[in-house]
Design a protein around this ligand. Structure first.
Ligand code: ATP
Ligand code: MG
Length: 505
């Protein structure tokens, strides 16, 4: 998979769009009730919209034509009240829908986060953090409008369309056909465009992800960038990435923008046809002026939902690529998993056996080739060897961060492959070469090793690794805040805190 760095685009697997759409809208099912209320509100609003032209027809043909002003005021009063009601209802539905969409986004993001956390080292070895960030934040955000509009636009506009069409057909089917003459061409045109557009949006998302990865990487390593005066070079790479993204975006949006002229042209031609036929019908007294006026309004009412639906379709194509990227990650099975009913690892005494272990990270290069050794409980041992020799690998294997290809690793006689992973790892303390401190206090960072440790335990651990002395000299002592990089502490101090954390665990 070419997802290794910011220069390479992630390849999104070709999935069936319908599957993604279905999966996305499944989240909506949990909010059936609210969605039901929203749809009912939409139904009332649609009804109001559809009867409006009828009021107009009656007002013109019956009251204005006969100078009946009482009747005119009466019908205007009714029209005003129900339109007011529709307005209030529409405010309520906007709020309801916003709540539902936000809840769904929170849910998707939480699921994605929890899923990613479960994935093995293998997954993270291959992906820059910036690209993961792009999916958890950006791609999820992009679904917001899509979800809202699926309820607010899709169903109501479809109903409007059918209702208006029915009224038009009943009122005068010839004019109705004239108004919709261009519709079939429009549908075919849109369908053809979407096939290409979808691919281009996939590329656009990948390019955006590259920018994310690059930005994240370079600001994480900003001290290196500055100390090597590499600003100009990184700015250049950044400009290059921006340009690539811009091109991808333009090429995609160009297709989306073809939609509008197509819709408007079809609308315009339809209206022109209705005028041509309508005026001829009025001259032969087949229809009234009021009907033609009402009809022209109906054409507007008919094309408005088509505009909305095209807009939705546009959004769907644009953001489907984002949804695909989210589900793609959710579908990755952690490759290191407990077997069903793996027994708990009993309290470890410390006998470590490597029995003809063969291991490679990527199936190509063998890192450990038929390695066997035994370490007895209480024994202190050092692995010495050249850089890249496989020392850290051996440590990672003991905690089963990767699975071996052949042989077995046993701790106190238990094959690590068949015991509950958490019960195994919880009993190990690993002090990695690169110390990592989380945002929080020194206290929090040490306690990370064992969450139920008391303050005394923490001080004891810190004292044991000779960290207590410098910590107590800090103005806020154990309550001093450090951050991700731990940048206000020296490297040695950071290492000592990490030592204390490991010791505590
Ligand atoms: N996540 C990984 N994916 C693929 N290959 C890896 C990965 N980690 C290490 N390697 C490769 O495995 C080999 C052993 O790496 P390892 O980190 O175990 O070496 P080491 O003995 O700890 O080296 P050092 O003394 O430099 O820390 C190296 O050749 C390295 O390129
Ligand atoms: Mg190492």
């Amino acid at each position: 998979m070419s997802i290794n760095n910011f220069r390479e685009d992630e390849l999104t697997k070709e999935v069936i769009k319908r599957t993604t759409i279905k999966r996305l809208f499944k989240y909506m099912l949990a909010y059936k009730k609210v969605v039901g209320i929203v749809l009912s509100i939409m139904l009332v609003i649609i009804t109001v919209t559809i009867v409006n032209p009828l009021f107009m027809e009656i007002a013109i043909d019956q009251y204005i034509a006969n100078a009946n002003y009482t009747g005119l005021f009466f019908i205007a009063g009714i029209a005003l009240s129900i339109n007011l009601l529709a307005m209030i209802l529409s405010k309520i539905r906007i709020r309801l829908m916003a709540e539902v969409t936000n809840k769904i986004l929170v849910q998707i993001r939480q699921e994605l986060y929890e899923h990613i956390q479960k994935l093995s080292f293998n997954f993270f070895d291959k992906r820059p953090a910036g690209k993961i960030l792009a999916r958890v934040i950006g791609d999820v955000n992009a679904l917001k409008d899509l979800l809202t509009n699926s309820v607010v636009t899709l169903i109501p506009d479809f109903i409007t369309l059918i209702a208006v069409l029915t009224v038009m057909l009943i009122k005068n089917y010839r004019l109705a056909f004239a108004a919709l003459a261009m519709l079939p061409f429009l549908v075919i045109g849109m369908w053809l465009i979407q096939i290409k557009a979808h691919k281009r949006w996939q590329v656009e998302k990948a390019k955006k992800s590259n920018i994310n990865a690059f930005t994240y990487e370079n600001f994480s390593g900003i001290k290196v960038v500055q100390s090597f005066s590499a600003e100009a070079q990184t700015s250049g790479s950044f400009r290059e990435l921006l340009k690539e993204h811009r091109n991808a975006f333009f090429s995609a949006i160009y297709l989306n923008n073809l939609f509008w002229p197509m819709v408007e042209l079809s609308w315009g031609i339809g209206t022109a046809l209705v005028f041509i036929f309508g005026i001829a019908y009025i001259q032969t007294d087949t229809i009234t002026v009021g009907l033609l006026v009402a009809f022209i309004t109906y054409i507007g009412l008919f094309w408005q939902p088509i505009m909305n639906l095209s807009n939705f379709y546009n959004q769907l194509i644009t953001n489907l690529a984002g949804a695909e990227r989210i589900f793609e990650i959710m579908d990755i099975e952690p490759d290191i998993m407990d077997q069903i009913e793996s027994p708990m690892m009993p309290e470890i005494e410390g006998r470590v056996e490597f029995d003809h272990v063969t291991f490679s990270y990527d199936d190509n290069t063998t890192i450990l080739d038929d390695v066997s050794f035994t370490i007895e409980p209480g024994q202190t041992i050092a692995l010495v060897g050249p850089t890249g020799g496989g020392k850290t690998t051996i440590v990672s294997l003991i905690s089963r961060f990767y699975d071996i290809k052949q042989g077995s690793i046993r701790i106190d006689g238990h094959n690590t492959k068949y015991v509950n992973i958490e019960s195994l790892r919880r009993q190990m303390g690993i002090m990695t070469q690169d110390t990592f401190l989380f945002t929080g206090t020194i206290n929090d960072n040490i306690r990370y090793g064992r969450l139920d440790a008391s303050d005394e335990d923490i001080i004891e651990a810190a004292t044991a690794v000779h960290a207590h002395e410098f910590i107590s000299k800090l103005e806020k002592g154990y309550e001093t805040t450090v951050n991700e990089g731990g940048s206000e502490l020296s490297v040695g101090q950071r290492q000592l805190i990490a030592f204390a954390r490991t010791l505590l665990s």
